[in-house]
Design a protein around this ligand. Structure first.
Ligand code: ATP
Ligand SMILES: Nc1ccn([C@@H]2O[C@H](COP(=O)(O)O)[C@@H](O)[C@H]2O)c(=O)n1
Ligand code: MG
Length: 210
């Protein structure tokens, strides 16, 4: 088995997560596959705290941070923000919470995200929930979302799909090769998708008793 050695941020500091070591589930899937929608249901039923990497980055823009313009430009182009920026935001949110189990939605988005998180924190996810959905259905959902997101327009949606296929799917394949991926058919109505999600989170003993 490979030993994970804690690495440092570029300023030489260590991640506080290498000490706290919370329980983490990565929630991955294409843009509009329903990650945020299902995470809200999981929080309600299973006591996790939901952290959306995209929401944290958008909050960082709105906070007037020095990274705000860079993040805004990356999101508008559907590009992936450098991992230290996103990991520091996740770290701050996790360290500010009393919970010890987290759904990390939309991260790791590429191999650079994955490797940096692993080496900075030493955390390996309990499992990876993968929402599998066709591009046609995801496009329909994104164009109908109506939440004023700068990236929910057809040009950026196309770029986000390309980034998903080229950079995010390899991360899912990596975790699949480790036996960590729980794949969900996310093309169905919300309630049906959640039935499949529940089966993943319900402990084996509870399933037998039900
Ligand atoms: N199973 C579903 N069937 C139909 N519509 C859905 C379903 N799940 C989510 N939606 C709708 O699709 C849109 C996108 O869902 P959501 O925001 O949860 O996706 P996401 O994976 O978090 O997307 P993003 O990666 O862009 O943040 C929302 O308007 C949501 O209400
Ligand atoms: N790990 C991540 C996650 C997100 N981004 C950027 O935010 C955009 C929106 O993300 P959603 O999960 O809310 O769809 C995404 O397209 C990226 O530009 C990121 O850089 N790194
Ligand atoms: Mg989302």
């Amino acid at each position: 088995m490979r030993t994970i050695v804690d690495a440092s941020y570029t300023d030489g500091s260590k991640s506080a997560l290498s000490v706290k070591k919370p329980k983490v589930v990565f929630v991955l899937g294409g843009p509009g596959s329903g990650k945020g929608t299902q995470c809200a249901n999981i929080v309600e039923h299973f006591g996790y705290t939901h952290l959306s990497a995209g929401d944290l980055l958008r909050a960082e823009i709105n906070s007037g941070s020095e990274n705000g313009t860079m993040i805004q430009n990356m999101i508008s182009e559907g590009k992936i923000v450098p991992p230290e920026v996103t990991i520091k935001l996740l770290e701050k949110a996790i360290m500010g919470s009393e919970n010890d189990k987290f759904l990390i939605d939309g991260f790791p988005r590429n191999e650079e995200n994955r490797a940096a998180f692993e080496s900075l924190t030493g955390i390996v996810p309990e499992f990876v929930l993968f929402f599998d959905c066709s591009e046609e259905e995801m496009k329909r959902r994104l164009l109908g979302r109506n939440q004023g997101r700068v990236d929910d327009n057809i040009d950026t949606i196309r770029k986000r799909f390309k980034v998903f296929v080229e950079s995010s799917l390899p991360v899912i394949n990596y975790y699949n090769s480790k036996g960590k991926v729980k794949k969900i058919d996310a093309g169905k109505p919300v309630a049906e998708v959640f039935e499949a999600v529940k089966a993943v989170f319900t402990p084996v003993n509870d399933k037998a008793a039900a």
